[in-house]
Design a protein around this ligand. Structure first.
Ligand code: SF4
Length: 336
């Protein structure tokens, strides 16, 4: 049976501007933070990103996980088992659809089978570790929350909005927490980033996404209500487990941003508005924004690096420069 088409495609960046009002999405802000030119390539020019098989596996995991979980959350099943069954049915359906495409990211059948089993185990583990509670208190799934400030509408897509005893929780499902800010490290992440004491733009981008979502939740459900945003990673860790039926054991992790948001609201809001102004003013030249940091780190992960004149120019200009981390073979973990 084909499951009902209750899960829409991801709505990031797709929400219509209201009566010509400028709209800035959390995705656009997070990308502009990493590199203004990358933002231009991703959001303003029809330039296809070059994706490695690792990129395609990562994208596939995120989309299949979120869609299957959302199907489970929305299911009208009257038991926990029925809800998990609905999610797994969706996963099975979506997996077959994804596998029917021309460009498969897997090198070997065993790798594909392992990933299929890992995703199924992750969906089950999520529902066993809080997902049923989310389903019972679900307000909306796959939605956009937004707020307005100084004539700009800020939007963030959230995969689920759940009512808490007091206030609301927005959730984004990601396979792992790679690239998500470790909020316990400091109370001044944004200040350190802005002052140039630290440079981890992808993680600060994850905080920006959380901040836009929390402000959007407050604007939509009540400014006086405490609101939270969490990245939930049902595939945070996975390893073969020959004793289990699926052959894979997974760990679910989640990271909440309510406390960090309260702690750093002023700096975070300033950063969001400063980057929104840069987007509005068409500032896409990376040489005006941490270019040395960008060429030392962001370029090595960038899907546009083969076509980017700024990166090529930097390569030619810095013939005697120190090799980047990537050139030294220190490529880190991929984002989720
Ligand atoms: S290759 Fe580097 S400079 Fe060019 S868009 Fe990507 S991150 Fe920016």
């Amino acid at each position: 049976m084909t499951p009902p088409s209750s899960v829409e495609s991801e709505a990031d960046d797709e929400s219509a501007a209201q009566a010509g009002q400028p709209v800035v999405t959390a995705d656009a802000l997070a990308t502009h933070l990493v590199c203004p030119r990358q933002y231009e390539f991703a959001f303003e020019r029809p330039l296809s990103a070059r994706k490695t098989s690792t990129d395609r596996v990562r994208d596939r995991r995120r989309q299949l996980l979120r869609r299957s979980i959302i199907a489970g959350l929305r299911s009208e099943a009257d038991s926990d088992e029925g809800r998990v069954e609905a999610a797994l049915e969706w996963l099975n359906h979506e997996w077959r659809q994804a596998s029917a495409g021309d460009r498969q990211p897997y090198i070997a059948d065993a790798q594909e089978q392992y990933d299929a089993n890992a995703l199924a185990a992750a969906v089950e583990a999520y529902f066993e570790n809080g997902g049923h509670g989310h389903a019972e208190r679900l307000v909306e799934a796959d939605t956009v929350v937004s707020y307005e400030r100084d004539g700009i509408r800020y939007e963030a897509t959230v995969d689920a909005v759940v009512e808490r005893d007091r206030g609301y929780l927005g959730i984004r499902y990601v396979p792992t927490l790679h690239g998500v800010l470790q909020v316990s490290w400091s109370d001044t992440h944004v200040r350190e980033f802005v002052d140039g004491q630290s440079y981890y733009p992808r993680q600060i981008g994850s905080f920006v996404r959380a901040g836009v979502a929390i402000r959007g939740l407050k604007a939509e459900y009540g400014f006086d209500l405490p609101c939270d945003f969490a990245y939930v990673a049902p595939l945070a860790e996975s390893r073969p487990a020959y004793e289990s039926e699926s052959g894979v054991r997974v760990d679910v992790e989640q990271r909440h941003f309510e406390d960090a948001f309260e702690e750093e609201t002023r700096d975070l809001v300033d950063l969001i508005e400063e980057r929104a102004a840069a987007i509005g003013d068409g500032k896409t030249d990376p040489r005006a924004w941490r270019f040395e940091n960008i060429t030392n780190s962001a370029c090595q992960y960038c899907a546009y690096r083969d076509a980017c004149p700024d990166r090529m120019g930097a390569e030619l200009a810095f013939i005697d420069r120190e090799p980047t981390r990537g050139e030294r073979g220190e490529r880190g973990e991929i984002d989720d």
